[in-house]
Write a protein that binds this ligand. Structure first.
Ligand SMILES: [Zn+2]
Length: 88
């Protein structure tokens, strides 16, 4: 993470979102992927190896893509709801 916002200069050193981004991502994306896996299984009944190949290809890039916006949203939520924790 950058030390400060390049636009407004907000110091990120006091921002602590912990593992919330990863936890929310695991639960949210995990649920979506499981639902999609069931849908593919019931509609196409592919062999098991298709699932083993398909879902990592879908899941890993999505997790990497979503992690930064998720973290940014949590920093934004902390800025909006608990600015005193960020020294403001
Ligand atoms: Zn900013």
């Amino acid at each position: 993470m950058q030390p400060a916002c390049p636009v407004c200069g907000l110091d990120f050193s006091n921002s602590d979102t912990g593992d919330a981004g990863a936890v929310l991502l695991i639960m949210g994306l995990g649920a979506v992927i499981v639902i999609m896996a069931f849908w593919v299984e019931f509609h196409f009944s592919p062999p098991l190896w298709v699932h083993a190949v398909l879902w990592p290809i879908v899941t890993i890039p999505l997790a990497i893509l979503i992690m930064r916006p998720m973290k940014a949203a949590l920093v934004g939520a902390q800025f909006r709801r608990r600015p005193h924790e960020m020294g403001l």
